[in-house]
Design a protein around this ligand. Structure first.
Ligand code: ADP
Length: 210
């Protein structure tokens, strides 16, 4: 968990690779549903483009289906879920049925000035979801995805006029869920401002050897 653009996705992917577990990214799944043009996806897209949370029912049903797939049995990383108190309650219910629990809530801390720069320079692949940064992590060929060769885009919600609204939504709707995990002592902090090669080192210190 952490504010938009703090580097959650980057850290989640690294954890997935280090520990050999699937990364379940709510934003990516919603964008995929939108790209497929499903009913839920179409509704989701409208909220995402405005920088608002997609309605809980849609997100919860997509995530529940995903969490019930067999590849989650050895563990998983959640990126961008839960993002509201209702989603956190739903996650508890889903995990209870599976006899599973959340071990750690990794909280990514980042200064607002870093985040705004990051989001406005972020470019994404609409096809495979790869993420780039025009200055810090540019694609090999300008405007083209390294992974699949598609044309990179700027997400609607990464446009400067939408970013402040995403912060407000984060503070109002997502921040309050921290309390649920605080009592259990599950929250561990990681800086959102580490060099790429320092991230695995920091993660190993927090989460233990893979
Ligand atoms: P970031 O973390 O940079 O905001 P994401 O890809 O995680 O990027 O999220 C982008 C958008 O997707 C959010 O602004 C929201 O509209 C939607 N979204 C992602 N996860 C959720 C969720 N758990 N609940 C509701 N909406 C979500």
């Amino acid at each position: 968990m952490g504010p938009p653009g703090s580097g959650k996705g980057t850290r989640a992917k690294i954890i997935g690779r280090m520990y050999g577990i699937p990364v379940i990214a709510a934003g990516d799944m919603l964008r995929e549903a939108a790209a497929r043009g499903t009913e839920k996806g179409k509704v989701a897209r409208a909220y995402m483009n405005r920088g608002e949370l997609v309605p809980d029912d849609i997100v919860i049903s997509i995530m529940e289906k995903r969490l019930n797939k067999p590849d989650t049995e050895r563990g998983f990383v959640l990126d961008g879920f839960p993002r509201s108190v209702r989603q956190a309650v739903a996650l508890d219910r889903i995990l209870e049925k599976q006899n599973a629990t959340i071990d750690t809530l990794l909280y990514v801390t980042a200064k607002p000035e870093i985040i705004v720069g990051r989001l406005s320079l972020r470019r994404s692949c609409p096809k495979c979801g790869a993420v780039y940064h025009l200055k810090d992590m540019p694609p090999r060929e300008e405007g083209v995805c390294d992974e699949c060769g598609s044309r990179l885009i700027q997400r609607e919600d990464d446009k400067e006029e939408i970013i402040p609204h995403r912060f407000e939504v984060y503070e109002r709707q997502t921040f309050p869920i921290l309390e649920r995990y605080q009592d259990a002592g599950k929250i561990k902090e990681i800086s959102g401002d580490l060099e790429m090669d320092q991230i695995p080192v920091a993660l190993e210190e927090i989460l233990g050897k893979p």
